[in-house]
Design a protein around this ligand. Structure first.
Ligand SMILES: NC(=O)C1=CN([C@@H]2O[C@H](COP(=O)(O)OP(=O)(O)OC[C@H]3O[C@@H](n4cnc5c(N)ncnc54)[C@H](OP(=O)(O)O)[C@@H]3O)[C@@H](O)[C@H]2O)C=CC1
Ligand SMILES: O=C(O)C1=N[C@H](C(=O)O)C[C@H](O)C1
Length: 265
């Protein structure tokens, strides 16, 4: 299977290039960077330690039609252009970019009428399981416990709260039959008054090289449950995205997530 990796020079792009070379079912045929990048035309080997026999030069997405599936871990600003090319070329796409606006999420939904798309804020198997566990906890404890979601990431991360924290919040809100936007509290300061039990709190930590930690706290009087996931390598996200790419090949147009990929629905 031939893969196009968008944002190939980014942290996730490099993790994907490394992960793909160990998989003999996959060949990266397009390692894409932005049009203005000084890397265009240079060998991927200059930036990433890949030993595979077939290693492409960095290129610009859309120039060559040489991929079965596209993987996009870039920034929200690049999303629409990438979707337009995937729809035009009828290419399935795995999207990992977070920090998307409601309009951008709608654009993914619209593109999924024409091509198959997997979109997940977190491609690790562990976070997919954690999200299901949080639904269970909300069902059992949600009427009386205070719910807080705490996340920590590296100093370079631009969006907050993380896409994963928001997705966990959405899953809990869905389970409680409430709208997250009406119940979310993003940070507290000063005289906040007593906590409203019907809210879901979010706390964000940024520092150093933390790959990605998430905790969902269900705190009641007399006991609390904490569900925590800690990623110790970006390879966990990269391997999940490659698994999603293989799963997506030959699927009909539609919007899928990691629970579909893992057969958990
Ligand atoms: N779903 C998941 O499991 C995971 C999701 N993520 C998300 O993936 C995204 C990328 O993360 P990370 O790799 O750490 O970020 P980086 O900043 O390291 O990489 C971002 C990449 O996007 C490229 N890019 C930015 N703007 C454009 C544009 N307009 N057109 C084309 N390419 C562009 C950058 O190119 P340049 O260098 O030229 O600016 C760079 O290669 C984030 O949204 C992050 O939250 C991260 C990890 C896991
Ligand atoms: O930017 C990151 O690094 C990560 N982003 C994703 C998110 O926003 O949830 C997933 C992971 O936690 C790493």
């Amino acid at each position: 299977m031939n893969l196009a990796i968008l944002g190939a020079n980014g942290r996730m792009g490099r993790a994907l290039l490394e992960a793909a070379q160990s998989d003999n079912e996959l060949t990266v045929t397009l390692a894409c960077v932005r049009e203005s990048s000084s890397l265009v035309g240079q060998s991927v080997r200059q930036l990433v330690n890949v030993s595979a026999a077939q290693v492409p030069d960095f290129t610009v997405f859309g120039i060559s039609d040489n991929a079965d599936v596209v993987i996009d871990f870039t920034l929200p600003v690049a999303l629409q252009a990438h979707l337009d090319i995937c729809v035009k070329m009828q290419r399935p796409v795995v999207i990992g970019t977070t920090g998307l606006s409601d309009e951008q999420l709608s654009a993914i939904g619209a593109a999924a009428n024409h091509i198959p798309i997997v979109f997940a804020a977190n491609y690790s198997v562990g976070v997919t399981l954690m999200t299901k566990l949080c639904r269970m906890a909300a069902q059992t404890l949600g009427d009386t416990a205070d719910i807080e979601i705490i996340e920590a990431h590296h100093r370079f991360k631009r969006d907050a709260p993380s896409g994963t924290a928001m997705a966990i919040g959405e899953a809990i809100a869905d389970q409680l039959d409430i709208k997250l936007q009406d119940h979310a509290i993003y940070g507290r300061e000063g005289d906040t008054g007593e906590r409203n039990q019907r809210t879901i709190g979010f706390s964000t930590i940024r520092g150093g090289d933390i790959i990605g930690d998430h905790t969902a706290l269900f705190a009641d009087i007399g006991e609390r449950v904490e569900i925590t996931h800690k990623a110790s390598s970006r390879q966990t996200f990269a391997l999940g995205a490659l698994r999603a790419a293989k799963w997506l090949l030959n699927k009909p147009a539609g919007l899928y997530d990691m629970e579909d990929v893992l057969g958990l629905k």
